[in-house]
Every structure is written in structure tokens, then in C-alpha cells.
Design a protein around this ligand. Structure first.
Ligand SMILES: [Zn+2]
Ligand SMILES: [Zn+2]
Length: 420
């Protein structure tokens, strides 16, 4: 039997890993510019965390979790998302007792048992941010600006920002009744999932992608008309801030998240050129979540960005933008009898911060030159009979093919000079 990576997972080999490093660097640097620090949490948690922190009526929890018993019969789950993990850490370490708000970012693998398709995997990577301890609408705008700022830095300025407010538990109760009244006559035509949603969580019927459900609920009431004064003021503040900062948005009243701990702002980012799975990320406020998970009553907001989708959108990136880890210097060694001397030279170069390598498979000098070219080296340092006996090196510029001699002491300063 030939071993393969499990369905829905994939390997990232060089040179693709360079693209990942490039994108990860951009997201990290941008988050730091906005005052965020990194949090790292375990990739598995007690199952209960996700039942409470993601919602036990969501598809993620009911259908898509990798849940297993460990040897002591504890129920554990590979994290399907990052927010619940951050909330758990916030509460466990009483971080909320310090200076507020707290701004965290994370970047790592998440796991969902879902049907694999383009840009969607069972192990996938998310970059996300969470802010705890402020309810300012300006913060909502800032969080969205961080997300759009990342996309712009990556050259993905052609995104669509979808925006909505899902209100608070008070105004959502009113909306829920209006929605139930609207759906009731069409109830028979809903899919099996929506039959259940209708009972437990009617707002989630709006999310359903099944065409017959969409038709059945056509013309459903807009949540905007049910917002209370506080919620509509908050929403107006977010929209005004975005407009002042030149960020266009589309008001999308399909963007409804049916769980009680989601409040106010909800947003999604689409990059239409990716195609059907155009959503690359989204997020919003979750002022009820920390309390729901057993912590204090504390506001929160965040977003998550699907790194695979982002990379998909970046597929036409030009090489130079992300290939900064090519080899700088190749050491061509004419005879293996100088192998230990060669290793010393390499050690000097690397300690001086120069990316350097040599051949270990007994290639001829000619074959070593081809190899150096393949590795993308800018300069080849030649170590032949003359060089070793004379105590110098010959440098060959791989672009101009010009050669020069340099004394052993001058080797590093000269290389740095050329590479600068
Ligand atoms: Zn409200
Ligand atoms: Zn449905």
C-alpha cells in the first residue's frame, strides 16, 4: 500500500513554502503595526469548549468536528476555529484583570471534517485576531481596517467587504418573531436541516445555501429595521468610520449569525476572482461569548482569514515578491580532500549571515556550476588547487560571469559588498 497524506490534507513543499512564509510575514507585521501580540494555544481542547464557544447547533459542532476519546476517556476535539480557544485562555489566565483592551493574533492549523474542495481542506490554516474589553464602534472599524490593510499589502485590493449588524439579544428577539412569522407559511418547503433550525435557531435559515430554502424565505425581513437605538447607533458609527477611511462596503442583510453571543457588527471579505468559494475571511462582534464560556461579561470582536484561500488568490504573485530565501553563495570545491576546510569556510560564511551551501555528491567542477545555478546562487566561491595553495579564493559572479581573486581575510567583507 502506498502511503498518502489523509484526505483533505496537503503538504507544502519548497518553493511553495516560501509563498507561505511571505504571506505569514505580511499578516504578522501588519497585526503588530496595529498593536497586536501573538497568542499560541493547543491544537486540541476539551470538546465542551467548542460546544459552548462555537454553539451546539452549528454545522461545525454537529457535523464537522474531529472528536476523540483519549486513553483516560476524556472527550477531546481538534480545534475547528480559534476564537473559543482564545476565550478559554483569556478566562483561564484571568488576563482580563490587566490592561484593557487585549489585542491578540494567532496563526495555525484548524480541523474540520468537511467535504474537500478547491480552497477547502480538513486541516487548514487560519490567521485571526481577537480583541477583548472594548465596545467602541471605532474598534470595529479598526479591526476591519487591519483585515483590508493586509489584503492591500498583498496586492489583493479588489476585495468586497460585506457588512451587517446582527443587533443584540434584545433586538434579535423582536427580529426572531418577525422572521418566524415570515417563514411559517413556507415551512414545509425547507430542507431537513432548516426544519431543525426553524425550531432551535431560525436566523440560521437565512444562512442556508440550499436553493429551495432561499426561494422559500425570499423577501424575509431586514434585521436593520429591528435594531434598538444602541445597536443602530453602533452600526452607524462603524459605517461612518469606514467611509471616513475610504473603505467601501456592501450592506448585506444575508450576513446573519444566529447565535446569541454574536452581537452588532458582522462582516465578510470576498475576493470575486477566486470563484465560487470567494470568501477569504470574516468576523464580527461577540459581546456575549466570554460570559457564555464562563468568564466575566466582557465585549469582544475578531476575524479569521483562511490562508489557503488567500494563497489561492495570490497564485499570480510575481516570483520576486516572495522568493527572498534563495542561496547567496555556492562554494565549489575541486577535490574532496579539502572537504573539512570547505566546511570551515561555509561555517565562516553562515556565521556572517550569508546563505551558503556546497555539493556533497562528488560532482565535477562543471557539474557543480550547473548545480549552483539551479540553487539560484548569486556568487560561486571557487576552491581549487591554486586557491588552496595560494591562500586566496576566486569569486565568480553568476550573472555577469566575471571573476575576481580575493584574499582569505577579505572574503567575507568582499562578499557582503557584492551582495549588498
Ligand atoms: Zn440591540
Ligand atoms: Zn435549508
Amino acid at each position: 500500500m502506498q502511503l498518502k497524506a489523509p484526505r483533505g490534507t496537503y503538504d507544502i513543499l519548497p518553493p511553495d513554502s516560501q509563498k507561505w512564509q511571505y504571506v505569514e510575514k505580511i499578516v504578522r507585521e501588519t497585526a503588530r503595526l496595529f498593536g497586536y501580540s501573538e497568542i499560541r494555544t493547543p491544537i486540541f481542547e476539551y470538546t465542551e469548549l467548542f460546544e459552548r464557544g462555537v454553539g451546539d447547533t452549528t454545522d461545525i459542532v454537529t457535523k464537522e468536528m474531529y472528536t476523540f476519546q483519549d486513553k483516560a476517556n476524556r472527550s477531546l476535539t481538534l480545534r475547528p476555529e480559534g476564537t473559543a480557544c482564545c476565550v478559554r485562555a483569556l478566562i483561564e489566565h484571568s488576563v482580563y484583570g490587566g490592561v484593557m483592551p487585549i489585542k491578540w493574533y494567532y496563526n495555525g492549523p484548524m480541523f474540520r471534517y468537511d467535504r474537500p474542495q478547491t480552497g477547502r481542506f480538513r486541516q487548514f490554516q487560519q490567521f485571526g485576531v481577537e480583541v477583548f474589553g472594548s465596545n467602541s464602534p471605532y474598534l470595529d472599524a479598526e479591526v476591519i481596517m487591519l483585515l483590508t490593510g493586509i489584503l492591500e499589502k498583498l496586492g489583493l485590493g479588489d476585495f468586497e467587504l460585506h457588512l451587517n449588524s446582527v443587533g443584540c439579544p434584545i433586538c434579535r428577539e423582536i427580529y426572531r418573531d418577525k422572521l418566524l412569522a415570515h417563514i411559517a407559511p413556507a415551512r414545509e418547503r425547507l430542507c431537513a436541516d432548516c426544519q431543525q433550525r426553524y425550531e432551535k435557531n431560525p436566523l440560521r435559515v437565512i444562512d442556508c445555501k440550499v436553493e429551495s430554502c432561499r426561494e422559500a424565505i425570499a423577501g424575509f425581513p431586514n434585521i436593520f429595521d429591528s435594531l434598538c437605538t444602541d445597536c443602530s447607533q453602533h452600526y452607524a458609527g462603524v459605517k461612518a468610520s469606514l467611509t471616513q477611511n475610504g473603505i467601501d462596503y456592501i450592506q448585506d442583510h444575508n450576513l446573519v449569525r444566529g447565535l446569541d453571543y454574536y452581537t452588532n457588527t458582522a462582516f465578510e471579505i470576498h475576493i470575486p476572482k477566486i470563484g465560487a468559494q470567494s470568501a477569504v475571511g470574516g468576523g464580527g462582534r461577540y459581546n456575549g461569548l466570554v460570559k457564555q464560556c464562563g468568564g466575566p461579561d466582557m465585549p469582544g470582536i475578531g476575524f479569521a482569514l483562511g490562508m489557503e484561500r488567500l494563497l489561492l488568490a495570490l497564485d499570480n504573485l510575481t516570483e520576486g515578491q516572495h522568493s527572498d530565501s534563495y542561496l547567496e553563495v555556492f562554494l565549489a570545491v575541486q577535490d574532496e580532500k579539502w572537504a573539512s576546510q570547505a566546511l570551515k569556510v561555509l561555517d565562516r560564511l553562515r556565521k556572517a549571515g550569508i546563505r551558503a551551501d556546497r555539493d556533497y555528491n562528488g560532482r565535477s567542477m562543471k557539474a557543480q556550476m550547473k548545480y549552483a545555478d539551479k540553487l539560484g546562487a548569486c556568487i560561486v566561491v571557487l576552491m581549487g588547487e591554486n586557491e588552496v595553495n595560494g591562500g586566496f579564493f576566486t569569486l565568480r559572479d553568476m550573472v555577469s560571469r566575471e571573476q575576481q581573486e580575493v584574499s582569505a581575510e577579505d572574503l567575507i567583507p568582499r562578499l557582503k559588498d557584492i551582495l549588498a
